[in-house]
Design a protein around this ligand. Structure first.
Ligand code: 9MR
Length: 360
């Protein structure tokens, strides 16, 4: 996200400013569209594709209002943190399944799709992994073991995994993550192969930010996975995170991003959607006109997503439910109001706009 702000400054804009089809995995079929005018209706009822949210485990467990909104409005979930390497694999021979298992059980009981996030990342790695000592073969074996143990554990419970998260820099080069430094660019194809070996049915996604407007980064991602596909090593889809601002990117950029990825025949997961209203990190007033711009951004994304072929619509996931727990406030220590529910769990005007956009 730091890069988002930088890129915006650079471009001078600131002044203006599915489901798995196999038997092992849970299948979520959104219910038929009901009356969109019914104010009490669930959000996902309005949608032809799954509607997800990131789940903050602590809020889910400690805050009944949060839990109630979660079960009412969403038919897909992504763990915000508890399925990342630092949580699931805290020591070389220790896996900590309890919290994620609890979420998986909840999803199974409620027929909610669980999206796995994430097997490899440069961030939220346990320190034993970050500072692992060994030659290339030892790193390869360690990575394989990590991926396969987790994928096997959640076989049939997780519909798809983000196999690799944020592996590219803004200029399209590979990020110098520990994986890249130790194993070179082939770590990505190895990771795909290892995950497929462990569960041939699970879908695999590459997930990244800024793809919405950075055509250079997007081309590098598509070129790399195109190259792997030509060798028979395939991912199923691309997660476009969609951490955006009320004033940026433009509708044209958003449409171009989704169309370009869809043209390559990848499923698209709008995987972490939120719309920040404070790109400059200053004191702000969350006025009606600001919320209207924010509403238009959400509508732009959903309208563009509705235009891609249905078989590529894996779903849209919001990165949280209420502004109260948004990662943006805690990560950037700034005032912000990016989500559909306010700090008191009240539906914002955004909620109805999103529901209406989904109903169309
Ligand atoms: O929302 C997550 C926040 O609670 C964590 O502190 C943070 C750690 O980097 O990760 C956040 O989620 C990130 C996601 O896993 C990957 N894309 C960017 C998200 C926002 O930083």
């Amino acid at each position: 996200m730091k890069n988002i702000t930088l890129l915006i400054l650079f471009s001078g804009i600131i002044g203006l400013c599915g489901c798995p089809s196999n038997e092992e995995n849970p299948i979520v079929t959104p219910p038929p569209i009901d009356s969109c005018n019914n104010a009490n209706e669930n959000l996902y009822y309005a949608s032809r594709f799954p509607i997800g949210t990131a789940v903050n485990y602590d809020a889910w467990k400690s805050d009944p209002e949060y839990a109630q909104l979660l079960s009412k409005h969403f038919n897909s979930v992504t763990a915000e943190n508890i399925m990342k390497p630092a949580y699931l694999h805290p020591d070389e021979n220790i896996y900590r399944w309890e919290l994620a298992d609890e979420l998986a059980e909840y999803c199974k009981n409620k027929s909610i799709r669980l999206h796995g996030h994430t097997l490899l990342w440069h961030n939220q790695l346990p320190s034993w992994m970050q500072f692992f000592q060994g030659d290339e073969a030892a790193w390869d074996a360690m990575m394989k073991n990590h991926i396969q143990t987790i994928v096997r554990h959640f076989k049939g419970k997780v519909a798809a995994w983000d196999i690799v998260n944020e592996a590219f820099e803004e200029d399209g080069s590979f990020r110098r993550s520990v994986w890249y430094v130790q194993l070179g660019e082939s770590y990505i194809e190895k990771a795909i192969r290892y995950a497929k070996e462990a569960d041939p049915n699970v879908l695999l996604f590459y997930n990244d930010y800024n793809l919405e407007f950075n055509a250079l980064k997007r081309s590098a991602v598509l070129a790399h996975f195109g190259k792997l596909r030509a060798k028979g090593i395939t991912i199923d889809g691309i997660g476009v995170q969609m951490h955006i601002f009320h004033v940026y990117p433009s509708p044209l950029m958003i449409r171009e991003c989704l169309n370009e990825i869809a043209k390559e025949n990848y499923k698209i997961h709008i995987s972490e959607m939120d719309v920040s209203v404070n790109p400059l990190s200053v004191d702000i007033e969350y006025t009606d006109s600001v919320q209207t711009l924010q509403m238009q951004q959400y509508e732009t994304v959903l309208n563009a997503y509705e235009q891609i072929p249905a078989e590529l619509q894996y779903g849209c996931t919001f990165w949280g439910i209420t502004d109260k727990y948004t990662w943006i406030r805690s990560s950037f220590l700034r005032e912000d109001y990016p989500l559909l529910f306010d700090d008191n769990y009240k539906k914002k005007k955004l909620f109805n706009a999103v529901k209406f956009a989904l109903c169309k």
